[in-house]
Design a protein around this ligand. Sequence first.
Ligand SMILES: C[S@@+](CC[C@H](N)C(=O)[O-])C[C@H]1O[C@@H](n2cnc3c(N)ncnc32)[C@H](O)[C@@H]1O
Length: 242
Amino acid sequence: LTQNLYDNPDFFEGYSKFERSICGLDGAPEWASLRAMLGDLSGSRAVDLGCGYGWFCRWARDQEAVSVLGIDISELMLARARELTIGAGIDYLLGDLESLDLPEASFDIAYSSLALHYVERLPALIETIYDSLVPGGRFIFSVEHPLLTAPSTPEWIVDPNGNKAWPVDSYLHEGSRTTEWITSGVVKQHRTFTTYLNVLIKQGFTVQHVEEWGPTDEQVKQRPSLAEERHRPSFLLISARR
Ligand SMILES: C[S@@+](CC[C@H](N)C(=O)[O-])C[C@H]1O[C@@H](n2cnc3c(N)ncnc32)[C@H](O)[C@@H]1O
């Protein structure tokens, strides 16, 4: 059974306080990298899987995508997306990525930001995405980095000198992790870096670019707290072509 975390009012409220929830794409430090991977969207048909508040959907429309479909399992996230969206050109749809149906060969771009690490049946979803893209269509996504999803206790360890280290255990043990993040009982799916690549390759995608995101010097200067992200990447970004 899919956990619909973002419809839990406490979780929804906690998530709404993050910088990325308030400032949108510009509040997400990895956005510049994703944006570079996305390239030109004009004239394209785009789908956003786990669209949340719809930040990407609105950006894609502003980039002159001809149609944008945003899909999410959370009614609260979709309600916020609709509130924030003025004008036409975007359809929002309630849907579960665990059992998604998409029309075949109908999109030029499939995008997903920080949603696929919630999905248990990833190979089935990757097949659905592949089939929904036209030949040459692109799939660009981010997930929490496997070094973040692996540990049973994903918290910094600080030694008596104040040095931080990130604990990694059970890295090769793929599957569910239940941790505390905003609320307790949050379930994410851990899979290795290799699995993310091989699931795409096995499906027939050509992997075009992979990035283990870390902050630039300029970002650290503007937000010194980002410096700790250099101990380990927090996001994995991948672009692939059908
Ligand atoms: C971290 S938020 C990211 C939202 C948006 N992509 C962004 O980057 O601003 C993850 C989103 O994925 C959605 N999600 C998680 N599991 C899902 C599933 N099985 N089916 C559809 N959406 C899902 C959540 O409801 C939430 O809106």
